[in-house]
Design a protein around this ligand. Structure first.
Ligand SMILES: Cc1cc2nc3c(=O)[nH]c(=O)nc-3n(C[C@H](O)[C@H](O)[C@H](O)COP(=O)(O)O)c2cc1C
Length: 320
């Protein structure tokens, strides 16, 4: 198997994989090669949201190569944001055509645009010649039907793209059901572009299933699987680290907590962010359920810290 060629990309998870998470993750774990940052929405009237731009500030993103992602459907606003990202140093950007949330989709953004291939065409026709960055697109199979993508792919074939990152579900599916590997293959077959696979890679088996079925695919984007098991990329690439896993996770947690403590002013913000982190990581411990519930219940920082201390003391095993 061509392990050396496998590229692993940390998926964008709004509210989770921000610059702080990406940097602390890189300090503690290996195997992840790149990341796509959670989306930045276009704003109109030549406005930028400084906090969102800060997330992709190249000065803060030296540890892990990051591609900013834009959510929007107005060409001139997209170009304005893309230009700004180019000026600060981003040669690559990603367009979000996958976001499943109905509030966003209703506005024909994210996966909501997949039902309108002619709008995608008109958008790219204006945007592509005007931006200096190269563009990749992250999408789903469709908004309502898995067949929508087959009207979108011929449109995408008309334009130069870095790659297509496909999460083979529909928007309305949200995260229900399983990623449709056959539909992924069909899409691959119907496009001239390079593809990255994304969806439900949670362990070696699910990684190998995709790799075996599509040996030409060398780029894999992983989101929830890495949040639940930060060792997953090391495992996939067979990178050996001789240190106790629980200790590594504790060190990772403590660094993350300390870093977020510097950013979030109120205790509810800080514990809220850390609880999000635990909601993915926690269930991967062998004896987690009661002590995890205790962490997820806390609102004060002191209580949170003592519950986490207890959790690590009482948990000696992590998923294989
Ligand atoms: C909480 C959450 C936030 C997400 N935010 C984004 C986002 O900002 N941009 C995006 O393209 N996808 C977003 N996604 C989708 C993921 O990037 C990814 O496509 C999806 O989780 C499937 O991959 P996985 O099974 O490896 O997690 C989000 C998913 C979750 C669960």
């Amino acid at each position: 198997m061509k392990k050396g060629h496998t590229t692993i990309i940390l998926a964008p998870l709004q509210g989770f994989t921000d610059v702080t998470y990406r940097n602390v993750f890189s300090d503690h774990f290996s195997g992840v090669d790149e990341a796509v940052a959670p989306f930045i929405s276009t704003m109109g009237q030549m406005r930028l949201k400084p906090t969102r731009i800060k997330d992709v500030d190249p000065e803060q993103n030296k540890k892990l190569f990051v591609v900013p992602q834009i959510l929007g459907n107005v060409a001139k606003d997209f170009i304005f944001l893309a230009d700004h990202l180019y000026q600060i140093g981003h040669k690559k950007i990603n367009w979000n055509l996958g976001c499943p949330h109905s509030k966003i989709a209703k506005k024909k953004r994210g996966s909501g645009l997949l039902m309108y291939p002619e709008k995608i065409d008109a958008f790219l026709d204006i945007v592509i010649p005007k931006i200096s960055n190269s563009l990749s697109i992250k999408l789903r199979l469709g908004r309502k039907s898995k067949n929508e993508i087959f009207k979108v792919l011929p449109v995408l074939d008309k334009y130069p793209l870095d790659e297509i990152i496909l999460h083979p579900r529909t928007g309305i599916q949200m995260y229900e059901g399983t990623s449709d590997h056959d539909a992924f293959g069909k899409a691959l077959f119907n496009s001239r572009h390079k593809f990255t696979y994304n969806g439900d890679i949670t362990d070696l088996n699910s990684f190998h299933a995709v790799q075996k079925k599509y040996p030409g695919i060398q780029r894999f984007m992983i989101g929830r699987g890495l949040l639940s098991n930060p060792f997953l990329a090391e495992k996939i690439k067979d990178i050996q680290v001789n240190k106790n896993q629980i200790e590594r996770l504790k060190d990772f947690h403590d660094d993350l907590f300390e870093s977020y403590q510097k950013i979030f002013s109120g205790p509810a913000h800080l514990t809220g962010r850390m609880k999000g982190f635990w909601s993915y990581l926690g269930p991967s411990f062998k004896e987690s359920s009661k002590s995890l519930k205790n962490i997820l219940k806390t609102n004060s920082i002191a209580k949170y810290q003592s519950m986490v201390e207890k959790f690590f003391k009482n948990n000696s095993g992590f998923i294989e």
